[in-house]
Design a protein around this ligand. Structure first.
Ligand code: MF3
Ligand code: CO
Length: 251
């Protein structure tokens, strides 16, 4: 069931989304060679708790941490570890869900560690742009397939692989609600957008082939060809005449 949020619920989701944005802004200066993903996780968890909010991922289906930290060929759901130390030239996706008074905000961004090569720069630039292409389709009357197709078309025009095993989603009291928001699809298909719906659009794109596999930890998703992957995600409200990003970039 796709829920329509009330004004009160939207206010709480704005707050949750803004905390997600502020946490990304907070952690950015720490993303440097030498720090471990575990340390990033600890800093963010403290930031979240200090803001009277909840690190929703921690404990979700047994997930152990506040953040997902996905380095290079890890597409999503990388688990923070003390032994995973960032190096110059890495890219890392920080993905977080924060709960505030029972409502969730969710956003992922890929960051460069020091100077990264031109392939990784290209991947990051065009994954973020694919998300923006999806966003442009968000308005009442349009359908989920319009978003999916816009993301896929942009990604494939730029020779990037579209990971199909994972997709975006509705969000509200739960981090994953209806509808599913795939990153590939056909225009004018799927559920119709209405004011008050809130969805997460989150292209996960690869520099090589789109195939992925799951590590034995049952969380970490990695590209089969070891090519780097990027992931950008916003929580987005459907408004009367378009959309409002609830997790705006503050940089
Ligand atoms: N942002 C991620 C998602 O939408 C968060 C899930 S991580 C989990 O899938 F560990 F909590 F599952
Ligand atoms: Co998400």
């Amino acid at each position: 069931m796709i829920t329509i949020k009330s004004e009160r619920e939207i206010e709480l989701m704005r707050h949750a989304g803004m905390l997600v944005s502020k946490m990304h802004q907070f952690i950015k200066p720490y993303i440097k060679a030498g720090i471990s993903t575990y340390e990033l996780d600890q800093l963010c968890e403290k930031f979240i708790l200090d803001n009277d909010a909840v690190p929703t991922c921690k404990g979700f289906e047994g997930y152990p941490n506040a953040l997902c930290t996905s380095i290079n060929s890890v597409v999503v759901h990388g688990i923070p570890h003390k032994e995973d130390i960032l190096k110059d030239g890495d890219i890392i996706t920080i993905d977080v869900v924060i709960g505030y008074k029972g409502y969730q905000g969710d956003a992922a961004w890929t960051y460069a560690v020091g100077e990264v090569d031109s392939d990784k720069k290209y991947l990051m630039e065009h994954t973020e742009k694919a998300l923006l292409e999806g966003l442009k389709m968000v308005k009442p009357g349009n359908r989920i397939g319009d978003i999916s197709n816009a993301v896929q078309t942009y990604a494939e025009e730029h020779n990037l692989g579209v990971v199909r095993e994972l997709c975006g989603h509705g969000i509200g009291k739960e981090m994953h609600e209806d509808p599913e928001v795939p990153n590939f699809g056909i225009p004018n298909t799927g559920p119709r957008l209405k004011p008050g719906m809130v969805i997460c659009i989150e292209p996960m794109l690869t520099f090589g082939k789109r195939d992925v596999y799951l590590l034995d930890d049952e969380w970490t998703v990695v590209t089969q060809d070891d090519s780097p992957a990027a992931h950008y995600e916003h929580t987005v409200l459907v408004t009367e005449d378009g959309y409002e990003v609830l997790t705006p970039r503050l940089d």
